[in-house]
Write a protein that binds this ligand. Structure first.
Ligand SMILES: Cc1cc2nc3c(=O)[nH]c(=O)nc-3n(C[C@H](O)[C@H](O)[C@H](O)COP(=O)(O)O)c2cc1C
Length: 223
């Protein structure tokens, strides 16, 4: 596929056919994804391929409380889980909040789920001491993770980067036998999408690009 088309059509696929995703195909995808950059070229990622149904069912109770909070905050018009504006949703409202019990079924039923971890012992976390949540460590693994999705698209497959298991990282590590210094980065259900989206909703370039300063002139919209 042509690169621009791959970038413009790699959407978050959550609805998959029953087609299997073989180890050979996964190998192809990862063989391309591994060329992603990372700080110091340390390549601290590790992928655990999960097909076992019982393991995937064990993911659900780890995800549910986070998903509940996300949906409740979203329903209250907030930007869920952000670290800047405190949530006004109370624990009581949270407890009473109801959502579709099977809304995480797609994670269990996808043909395969990749879980990706990054070795914090090899990542230079330059922003670790700042008085805000760290973002730089993720930069050494998310290019790899996004490459997985781009490469999957090239194979006619799709998936979704998910992070909603993150608060339960310790339980996930215990479940999969992952050492504590390997931070959870993403859980990616992958399969053949039932429908291929081609028009993704994204901001225009001029909405997020300014010249010289944050409050500078907007970059002219490309033709
Ligand atoms: C860092 C990151 C975390 C995400 N976490 C979740 C998640 O926990 N659950 C989920 O369903 N989707 C998750 N997504 C998928 C986004 O919702 C999706 O990429 C976005 O809505 C764009 O969707 P589209 O490409 O289909 O337009 C995540 C995406 C990224 C990049």
């Amino acid at each position: 596929m042509e690169l621009n088309e791959v970038m413009r059509t790699t959407f978050a696929a959550r609805d998959f056919t029953d087609d299997e995703v073989s180890d050979e195909v996964l190998g192809q995808i990862l063989n391309n994804a591994r060329f992603a950059p990372s700080g110091g070229n340390r390549q601290g990622w590790h992928v655990v391929v999960v097909r076992d149904r019982a393991t995937r069912e064990a993911f659900v109770p780890l995800i549910e409380p986070t998903w509940r909070r996300y949906l409740a905050q979203h329903g209250a018009g907030e930007t869920p889980w952000n670290t800047i504006v405190a949530s006004r949703v109370t624990e009581d409202e949270l407890e009473k909040f109801s959502f579709a019990a099977d809304s995480l079924k797609w994670v269990v039923e996808a043909p395969v789920v990749l879980t990706v971890f990054v070795d914090l012992a090899v990542v230079a976390s330059f922003d670790a001491a700042l008085d805000r949540v760290g973002v730089v460590s993720g930069a050494s693994v998310y290019p790899f993770i996004w490459n997985i999705l781009l490469s999957a698209r090239n194979e006619g497959l799709g998936g979704t980067v998910t992070t909603f298991v993150a608060p339960e990282e310790a339980s996930l590590q215990a479940l999969l036998g992952v050492p504590r210094h390997m931070a959870f980065a993403a859980m990616i259900p992958i399969g053949r999408p039932v429908k291929q989206l081609t028009k993704l909703k994204r901001k225009a370039v001029s909405e997020f690009t300014t010249l010289e300063r944050y409050d500078g002139a907007r970059l002219k919209e490309p033709l």
